[in-house]
Write a protein that binds this ligand. Sequence first.
Ligand code: JA8
Length: 307
Amino acid sequence: MSEVPPMTGDDTPTEAVPLEPVTPAPTPTEAAGPQMSIDVVSIFPEYLAGLQLSLIGKAVERGQLSLGVHDLRDFTFDRHNTVDDSPYGGGAGMVMKAEPWALALEHILGELGSTIEGESPNGVRTDDAVVGSKPTLIVPSPAGKVFDQRIAEDLADRDHLVFACGRYEGIDQRVIDWAAEHFELLPMSIGDYVLNGGEVASMVMIEAISRLIPGVIGNPESLAEESHEDGLLEYPIYTKPANWRGREVPEILLSGNHAAIARWRRDRRLERTAEVRPDLLERLDDLNKDDLVALERFESERSTVTE
Ligand code: JA8
């Protein structure tokens, strides 16, 4: 607990502080409870503070999203709040101990009221929504499956996500195996590079997932139009002035011809994707005739430029 400095004579409050918080009546969404609960376990819970800002923080305030950040060291009982130890078999670095992780994850399961047979605390909710499915445990790891927009969409439908942020060389495998019995276990990478811990990876995934929850982002149309939603990169965008430092906005965008603009934008998306991310094109199955014609044209234009 932080110390509160004593009041001096100059600190007399000028504004009345309400004795009870002024809480507006719950909206139907709030009354129904949050659409998703997210818990994060970390030895650096302050790292996750950024999640309270912007759209995610607003969703928490509106009661659409419940966000719990837990300090792993709160589940240790020695003087030094030890969370790591040397690896069996030798090798560099340290390994996160199993017991603090098990206690933290059990605490989260207990809070939720999930029934672990014989371990269920009294007086918890036992409705189907709570008991029916296991929460999803996401463990950021360079050894995980690579997170993408499809996985984000899939996870945005879950009731309860738990993120286990490892540090050092990783977490004792036995608590991971134990957790697989109580959670749907998902080791997840955010790309082929190594971070110092799972915190930033968790924040990346939480941001990508939570903005897909209905009502969390302002405009559902902007979701549908974005890069990766349909496997193509975005078209270039422009705003006023029409001439900026001698650079013109493409004429077609000023034409008012909506069909021509839509085709131009589609072509720019195909062109960009073919140029920067040809791997994405290979995964597409809904290219129409015009798309294929445009791609052929870009291909032949490119070979005339490079040859
Ligand atoms: C790391 Br340590 C640690 C824990 C999780 C992740 S995810 C990633 N790309 N690197 C490192």
